[in-house]
Design a binder for this molecule. Structure first.
Ligand SMILES: CC(C)(COP(=O)(O)OP(=O)(O)OC[C@H]1O[C@@H](n2cnc3c(N)ncnc32)[C@H](O)[C@@H]1OP(=O)(O)O)[C@@H](O)C(=O)NCCC(=O)NCCS
Length: 166
């Protein structure tokens, strides 16, 4: 059986490899849920430096095998901010492994639910992890002000009833 990828805290020297894996993941795994024009705009104006503040804060973990970054996750208190796996590693359980780690870190020293802003293509993945949609939203990217549909989700254990009991 092949060895599991190694998971470790990212350092600044990893930022090029992280950014490359990020683009690989989006271009291939988000393609069914966003248009070619949206995929072409996703990284517009962004470089590997976009991850620097979170790497410096110790808030990004990478999974690597034979020196290749296969995926990464990010967190801040109360939120999983990043979760991206390369197409070649998708479906192997790596996304779940990274997600569980990020949730654990996001939960540390945080009262209340952990949230995630899910891409349309990853919504089912988070539902499998017990998360439910609180709000449909979008992010804006590029000079054309393109809107990207996303879903703000939290663990159903913490979900608020829609009509509170009186
Ligand atoms: C979402 C993502 C991280 C999942 O990673 P992964 O390594 O494929 O996930 P796993 O192998 O751990 O899958 C766990 C379960 O979720 C399911 N699953 C994974 N991705 C899914 C998807 N896009 N839609 C529906 N189910 C999915 C798997 O089939 C598996 O189900 P099972 O437990 O019944 O076998 C990966 O597809 C990805 O990087 N997507 C592109 C980037 C992205 O949109 N990230 C989210 C940013 S918010």
């Amino acid at each position: 059986m092949p060895a599991l990828p190694t998971v470790r805290v990212a350092v600044l020297e990893d930022s090029h490899a992280i950014f490359e894996a990020h683009q690989d993941s989006v271009q291939h795994l988000c393609a069914g849920s966003y248009t070619p024009a949206q995929l072409g705009t996703w990284f517009k104006g962004r470089t590997h430096e976009v991850h620097h503040p979170f790497i410096q804060a110790g808030q990004i973990f990478i999974a690597e095998q034979k020196g290749r970054v296969l995926g990464f996750c990010g967190f801040i208190p109360g939120e999983v901010t990043l979760l991206f796996v390369r197409p070649e590693a998708a479906g192997s359980g790596l996304g779940s492994r990274l997600f569980n780690l990020a949730v654990e870190r996001a939960q540390a020293n945080h009262e209340g639910p952990v949230v995630v802003v899910a891409t349309a293509n990853s919504k089912r993945f988070y539902e499998k992890h017990g998360f439910t949609t609180m709000e449909e939203s979008f992010f804006v990217r590029g000079a054309s002000d393109m809107h990207f549909a996303v879903f703000r989700m939290q663990h159903e254990r913490h979900a608020q009833p829609s009509s509170p009991l009186r």
